[in-house]
Design a protein around this ligand. Sequence first.
Ligand code: MLT
Length: 267
Amino acid sequence: MTNSIQILGPRGNTLSVTATGSGPTLFLLHGFPLDQRLWDSQWSSLGQSHHVVAVHLRGFGNSTLDDASYTLADLAEDVEFLRRHLAGEEAIWLAGLSMGGYVAFEYWRLFPSRLKGLILTNTKPTADDEAAQQSRLAMGQKALEQGTWSAVEPLFAKMLSGQTQASRPEIVRLVKEMMQNVPPASIAAAQSAMAQRRDFTPMLPGIHLRTLVVAGQDDTIAPPEATRQWAQQIPGSQFEIIPASAHLSPLEAPDQFNQMVFKFLLG
Ligand code: MLT
């Protein structure tokens, strides 16, 4: 069973999490343009041994946007506020998918002593070039002018592998529903924050934490070979590729993903 928790944030904003289980705390950060339901296949498995907390990032799920603009460092501050509230003095495991991974890198930069380890899935440490920044700002503008779905629809085809799209209608439905549910202002704010994100590539050798890096075999947003190369720069990190999965490995291949994470957490 999961609990939905809403907490008044430091700026009067509402921060929400979905949580289950007890034991060492594992925070989960979803990708864009999704919400905490990305982790629906993790509860029953990882919640058996861990206190699992899925954050609704600012403007997504039940967390309010409030300010029209924020940075990924602000989202890392939100995570720290929630960690203090829900885990006290305990250091946490932190898992992030794609945009959630960008926030996890920021959290590591700002609060390294609060971390036991990192799980970076379907993500990358690089910053955007100018063309990518412009296309993010254009998507944000389109969402504001024409609505969320017309702006984010081109991303849908990249989210799931061909196999998932052909054989898992419930996942196709869930992903579309998550994408359609995001308010246009949240699309614009997140794209602007991601466009300004820092390049973590030179900092990778400084990550002295247990780290698991996961890639989907068919992920074109965070391709596996590029992921292998940056993962090798994190000292002692573990790198895994999940077959038959594109950008949303925890949803598309939950058994393999959960086993990998479970082994890593208990290893
Ligand atoms: C995500 O899944 O969070 C996005 O693909 C991140 C991005 O747009 O870079």
